[in-house]
Ligand binder design. Structure first.
Ligand code: SF4
Length: 434
């Protein structure tokens, strides 16, 4: 569900980035981390996500996932609300019972992820101890148990992925001494995008490449000082921190959105692995040309259109960069729930200097700024989109940008298309009313 958190509001603070930073700590509206299960469970083909939560959590997953996935789900909710402390022992029994049922019904499952949530009963339950207890049982040999929290008190929807991947990092084996250099791409990517990147890395001569999350939970990449990490998503603060604590080297290029971002991202890996610049140019040229052609087409519809991004996915600065530099859009405000200056340093350098960059949210104030700015297009959560449409704003759901393959050269046109559709729809509505 959408969470609304109350925090105190602090005044605008100066920023060292070219764009001024408005830091807000008021009410925020964003989906909780459970939502990330919808794309994570599709990626890991042999994992089962067991939410330990309430009826609200179950309804969120049913309604959000029900309209967006068509495969047999590999997630479920163990509903444990309406219990008092005296019922905690039963709670472990119930968890054991559900796990036993999952393993019996789905013998192909090799990883069970216990996902924590908000209700006070769940907070009282130590899920990592429960996972350890289940792991220690001989009856589940061959099944790995992991745990993380998707609670709306602690996480936004993309942070759910960060917490899961961080949990995965703690389970990755250590590299052997003097291991060959390896590239680790961290962050969930659609299979089609992952395949494209793997082909490009292979053509560049970078053969030792792992992706996190992997498609099969039994294929755990080893990590250590010989690992170079390329983040595919900007919201992986905890995952990156843990990988660095394992000795991995982290790169900080642009994120692989649009022609410019994809080239910078690939080049960072190529430079780290000593790829000859001429070879890099030859291998990436066809993709760069395709992406440029797609963005040039999009420009005819997007150029000059103003854009206001509410803070939802943490993709916002990278989206504003690609839409302004490659499609000619004019970002007015770029919101992000959290601003990781290190991971986003390259992105921030390329934002227009007059854009308002905001971190956190005070939703009423932000809505006032939106109405004053009157942008052509607003990117926001589902909870805000319908009321804003009713007020006459064209909107784009931010969560769609996480579900849709938008990274890489061949998806640049699809990325632009996502922003063209609501503008076309709004134009049709206005024509119909005229
Ligand atoms: S985890 Fe919390 S915010 Fe998320 S659906 Fe459950 S109760 Fe709602």
């Amino acid at each position: 569900m959408t969470t609304v958190l109350d925090r105190t509001t602090s005044p605008a603070t100066p920023s060292t980035s070219p764009a001024p930073l408005l830091r807000e700590r008021g009410q925020r509206e964003v989906f909780c981390g459970l939502t990330s299960i919808i794309w994570l469970h599709r990626k890991l083909q042999d994992a089962f996500f067991l939410i330990v939560g309430s009826r609200t959590c179950a309804h969120l997953m049913q309604s959000a996932a029900g309209v967006m996935i068509f495969a047999e789900p590999r997630f479920a909710t163990a509903i444990i609300e309406d219990r008092d402390l005296a019922g905690m022992a039963d709670l472990h029994d119930e968890l054991d019972r559900i796990v036993a049922r999952v393993v019996a019904r789905r013998p192909e499952i090799r990883m069970i992820v216990l996902v924590g949530s908000c209700p006070s009963e769940v907070i009282k339950l130590d899920l990592s101890k429960a996972a350890e207890r289940l792991q220690a049982r001989g009856q589940y040999a061959g099944v790995r148990f992991l745990t993380y929290t998707g609670s709306g008190i602690e996480t936004t929807f993309t942070e759910g992925e960060d917490r899961f991947l961080a949990s995965l990092v703690t389970a990755l084996p250590a590299q052997e001494q003097n291991a060959k250099p390896r590239l680790l791409v961290a962050g969930c990517l659609a299979d089609v995008v992952e395949d494209q990147f793997r082909r490009i890395f292979t053509a560049l001569g970078i053969e030792q490449v792992d992706f996190l999350p992997m498609r099969e939970s039994t294929v755990m990449p080893s990590v250590g000082p010989s690992t170079t990490v390329l983040l595919a998503q900007p919201y992986l603060t905890e995952t990156a921190r843990l990988l660095q604590s394992r000795g991995c080297q982290l790169l900080h290029p642009l994120f692989p959105l649009g022609e410019e971002g994809t080239t910078a991202w690939l080049r960072a890996a190529a430079d780290a692995f000593g790829v000859d610049p001429g070879r890099f140019e030859a291998i990436t040229r066809p993709g760069r040309d395709r992406a440029r052609i797609a963005m040039t087409r999009a420009r005819s519809e997007l150029e000059g259109k103003s854009l206001f991004l509410f803070p939802d996915s943490q993709l916002e600065p990278a989206l504003a960069r690609v839409l302004s530099r490659e499609a000619g859009m004019v970002p007015l405000e770029v919101g992000t729930p959290f601003l990781n200056r290190l991971h986003l340093s390259s992105e921030l350098d390329l934002l227009p200097s007059d854009v308002t960059l905001s971190e956190g949210q005070d939703v009423d104030r932000q809505l006032d700024r939106l109405r004053d700015a009157a942008p052509d297009l607003t990117v926001c959560g589902m909870g805000l989109a319908n009321p804003l449409e009713a007020e006459g704003f064209a909107t784009k759901w931010s969560i769609e940008l996480v579900f849709t393959p938008i990274q890489g050269y061949d998806q640049a046109g699809d990325l632009a298309e996502l922003f063209m559709r609501p503008l076309r729809r709004r134009a049709l509505l206005q024509t119909g009313r005229a």
